[in-house]
Design a protein around this ligand. Structure first.
Ligand code: NDP
Length: 504
């Protein structure tokens, strides 16, 4: 079922103007008065205007972050003090959650009810990071003999560049920034040029919460201009990047010139492997949710179903039936389940994948077409059956509401298909048999494997990819440690003998 978007909902509103945050000040670009205009993908009207930041702006932001790290109070505070600021930030995020949800909904085309859940999830992550801040510690070795004591310190790594994509604008910055801040780092954040609004509001929140000037800087602008500088500048110590695998590789290449630490969360083409003994009612719902949540513009999308041959045709028919009831339309309608596609160009790319799959022999079991809802750009929830492992739609990230169905006979074949691509972000297995679930769970090469569920998450559980899905892990109890260096203090007790003398 689909609904029309309400063309009047946004057309009467003036676009919201945003500045950049550099060294505690709200500023325009030093070089350009040009603005980046964001057109709502659901309504086709300009809803936000951001500063078109330049390399000079990025340099100023890096210099501010460097100063704040080298001489400012933030890294020198007690963890308890930093934790209190992060907790205050979490409270303020909760207070402004409706404003934040609205911004992500109109800028990214995401259903408002879904974004409300993402903001609530972010509040939990900020609180979790605040708790971890106080538990950050090193190690001591009192076992090295009478004259030696070893202490391993954990020190904040320094200035971190944080680069985020458009699909979960507020959630993803929240998987990075609070952990960097908990460790005592300072940061320059570059949000996607299409969805910068909620990140800029986060800047307001952080200042109000007590984050000192220069600790968090937000520079808007394009990837090749601002992003590239943030990944190559010698004064940056670490990069935390979420985005496409292509730009992730570029980031690593840039970082290699000055050997920065790099954390990468990249693409996925995640399989759900389904056995005949599975709870199929639960799975059908999870298949539809996994494929169409966030219009499939989700690194964790369950975009590849690998079904046992004996159940494939029945399962495809049931998913197609449920897909008919998915509500596509106005992101501001709180009953909408699938919103708009991020840009017209991206819609063309998704439609191109569907056309290519049909040419290669896949069949459309449901959807397959773009939707004309009177404004913006939308795609019908789509199921492609008779997909083979060699097809592009089975191997590449479509990043749209397109589900590809493949089949298997044996467990070994299912594992081989699952592991046959370059990505390894997440996977799902459905079976009532414990051995089957554990075998798949251990053999599939992915950072997360869901068993009899899909796309559940918690702040405590690490998230990240194998293979070309990324490097490093976010969330979980070690997330703060990722933003630290270790330093060894090797201490001698008493008088020391010369190097030619036996040590005692
Ligand atoms: P991109 O890689 O195109 O962009 C991500 C960010 O990188 C944006 O802020 C972008 O800037 C910036 N960027 C672009 N070019 C450069 C460059 N040369 N140097 C430095 N930064 C640059 O990804 P998308 O925004 O299109 O996001 C979708 C992708 O993100 C998908 O592939 C998806 O799988 C992945 N993703 C991964 C997640 C994970 O955790 N594994 C989670 C969510 C998404 P701008 O676009 O503003 O110019």
């Amino acid at each position: 079922m689909t609904v029309l978007v309400n063309p009047k909902a946004l057309s009467d509103q003036k676009p919201r103007d945003f500045k950049m945050l550099i060294d505690g000040q709200w500023v325009g670009s030093a070089e350009s008065s040009a603005l980046i205009e964001r057109v709502a993908p659901s309504h086709g009207v300009v809803v936000s205007r951001y500063q078109s930041g330049s390399k000079v702006d990025a340099e100023r932001a890096i210099a501010a972050a460097r100063r704040a790290f080298d001489t400012g109070p933030w890294p020198r505070m007690t963890a308890a003090e930093r934790s209190a600021v992060l907790l205050k930030a979490a409270d303020l995020i909760a207070e402004r959650s409706e404003e934040l949800a609205y911004l992500d909904a109109i800028e990214a085309g995401k259903p408002i009810a879904q974004v409300r859940g993402e903001i609530a999830g972010s509040v939990d992550i900020w609180r979790y990071a605040a708790a971890l801040a106080r538990d950050l510690h090193g190690e001591s070795y009192n076992t090295l003999g009478d004259v030696t004591l070893g202490v391993v310190l954990r020190e904040a790594i320094g200035v971190v560049s944080i680069i985020t994509p458009w699909n979960f604008p507020f959630l993803i910055v929240g998987q990075k920034l609070p952990f960097a801040l908990a460790a005592g780092c300072t940061a320059v954040v570059k949000p996607s040029e299409m969805t910068s609004g909620s990140t800029i509001v986060l800047g307001e929140i952080l200042l109000e919460a007590g984050v000192p000037a220069g600790v968090v800087n937000i520079v808007t602008g394009t990837g090749p201009e601002v992003g590239a500088l943030l990944t190559s500048h010698p004064e940056v110590d670490m990069i935390s990047f979420t985005g496409s695998t292509g730009v992730g590789k570029l980031t690593m290449t840039n970082a290699a010139q000055t050997l920065k630490k790099v954390s990468l969360e990249l693409g996925g083409k995640n399989p759900q492997i389904v056995f005949p003994d599975a709870d199929l009612d639960a799975f059908i719902d999870a298949a539809v949710f996994g494929a169409y949540f966030n219009a499939g513009e989700c690194c964790n999308a369950g975009s590849r179903l690998i079904l046992h041959k004996s159940i494939a045709s029945d399962v495809v028919a049931r998913i197609a039936e449920l897909a008919k009831s998915v509500k596509v339309g106005d992101p501001l309608d709180s009953t909408t389940q699938v919103g708009a596609i991020i840009t017209p160009q991206h819609l063309d790319k998704i439609a191109g994948y569907v056309a290519g799959a049909k040419r290669a022999g896949a069949e459309v079991a449901h959807g397959g077409e773009t939707l004309d809802l009177g404004m913006g750009q939308f795609m019908a929830p789509t199921i492609l059956s008779h997909v083979t492992p060699a097809m592009a739609v089975a191997r590449e990230e479509v990043f749209g509401p397109v589900l590809s169905v493949l089949t298997f006979d044996t467990t070994a074949e299912a594992i081989e298909i699952a592991n046959s691509i370059d990505y390894g972000l997440s996977a799902g297995v459905w079976s009532r048999d414990f051995d089957t679930c554990l075998t798949i769970g251990r053999r599939v090469r992915a950072g997360t494997v869901w068993m009899n569920t899909f796309m559940d998450g918690a702040s405590e559980l690490p998230f990240g990819g194998y293979k070309q899905s990324g490097l490093g892990r976010e969330l979980g109890r070690h997330a703060v440690e990722d933003y630290t260096e270790t330093k060894t203090l090797n201490m001698h007790i008493g008088s020391r003998t010369g190097w030619w003398m036996p040590r005692g």
